[in-house]
Ligand binder design. Sequence first.
Ligand SMILES: Nc1ncnc2c1ncn2[C@@H]1O[C@H](COP(=O)(O)OP(=O)(O)OP(=O)(O)O)[C@@H](O)[C@H]1O
Ligand SMILES: [Mg+2]
Length: 509
Amino acid sequence: MHNAIELKNIVKRFGKVVANDGINLEINYGEILCLLGENGSGKTTLMNMLSGIYQPDEGEILKKGEQISIRSPRDAYSYGIGMIHQHYHLVDVFTAAQNIILGLEKEKMDIAAVNDKVLEICNKYGFDIDPKKKVYDMSVSQKQTIEIVKQLYRGAEILILDEPTAVLTPQETDKLFKVLRNMKKDGKAIILITHKLAEVMDVSDKVAILRKGKYVGTVNTNETNPQGLTDMMVGHAVSLNIDRPVYENPTDKLVVKDLTVIDSDGIARLDHVTFTAKTGEILGVAGIAGSGQKELLESITGLQHVSEGTIQFINPDGKGIELVGKTPIQISKIGVGMGFVPEDRLGMGLVGSMGMTYNMMLRSWKNGKGIFFKKKEPEEQANKVWKNLEVVTPSIDFPVRKMSGGNIQKVLVGREIASRPPVLLTAYAVRGLDINTSYAIYNLLTREKMNGSAVMYVGEELDVLLELCDRILVLCGGKVSGIVDARNTTKEEIGFMMTTVGGLKGGNS
Ligand SMILES: Nc1ncnc2c1ncn2[C@@H]1O[C@H](COP(=O)(O)OP(=O)(O)OP(=O)(O)O)[C@@H](O)[C@H]1O
Ligand SMILES: [Mg+2]
């Protein structure tokens, strides 16, 4: 029997950058293959050649043993290949069904029949969308579902998903994996890109590994483990441990009292949240998605209207400055930095056409240093981020837009850490980052902590929260259900607090 798709010796160059250097890959029907590799190793580029966005400079693509040539996304469709990109191309004012048939030649077809066919696909694989709902009313996860259904509607039998789980909550990821398993049972060939090794182990049959544009090999998932995969990916053994040193004299840095945010529907998104973040400490924030994490960070950084409560930034002399009522720029100048992962990385505070140096300057400018000051300092910062996080780029002046997704992310988070704010807020800082870089980020955060910063880490992976943080604040429905010592708690305890208002410790502590 032939493979669904086979790639032989694929080479792709961008100027001097060799993004893919002799890649071989095989995927069968009824199989889930994970494509694994560090940021910038060439995964997206390789898949873009299957979806007709790029053409290889060398090499062959075979479908069921026959050589094919994919010159456009339309060609890809005709070969039954569908790719779900990291950025969705949906029209907000259209319904799900209208988006699904967008661009099809038979576009004037009977919308009732389209709705029926969409529902049929949903029922078959276990998707959960309403074909008549407009896209602007949808969550990221629902938008992603539309993109997948769109490919199935077009008859895709080979599906490629580029980091679909980077924007999903753990619950949404579980749902997606259920659907993928159903598609596999139905005989589809599925290629999945993800940096989360637990997901790789959970859902894949085989793992193909790339390293710096080269093909390392393919292994059966049941014959490997996360450490083995990491070693193959990085090329040498790496330690997957986080050091957690203790800071000698922590003092109060951010004192939050009765913080309350009421939204336009009169619902309390934050309900009398009270806690203190200390110098020399990483304070984790855990909670099911939508429990108030966003509102908490936005309140501290001045992006959110606060209905009630106070946020005091404590200076080294012990005097407090009230942050509520100040503008984001004022708060940033006082010393609160925010490193987080927006859904649209380029939209958020990075100028894509410029290199790293300029983008470092942008951050300093926000701190009120003026845009025309010396280039030396941002250059040093850019070099530091480049080295510490191993940013894959030919130079610090290479346009950020041309970097891989994960490397753009490194610039965004690295810049915030490099500016060394006394209060460093991070949210989903390692989304889209490879495992090696994730650990580099954990180490940098720990270094800032030991330098006396108060670090807040909003994250979803309980294992990481438990290993990295000193204390963990658990949010549930906008309330603090407790604050626990990370060294003396369990996943079960935190999980319980995440779902139980009031939690174990009896409310705000
Ligand atoms: N249009 C382009 N012009 C120049 N270089 C590019 C272009 N597209 C990709 N590259 C380079 O090709 C290399 C591989 O990028 P690619 O996006 O395929 O990586 P990736 O494995 O998907 O990484 P990530 O995990 O961060 O998404 C990178 O060095 C990137 O800078
Ligand atoms: Mg990529």
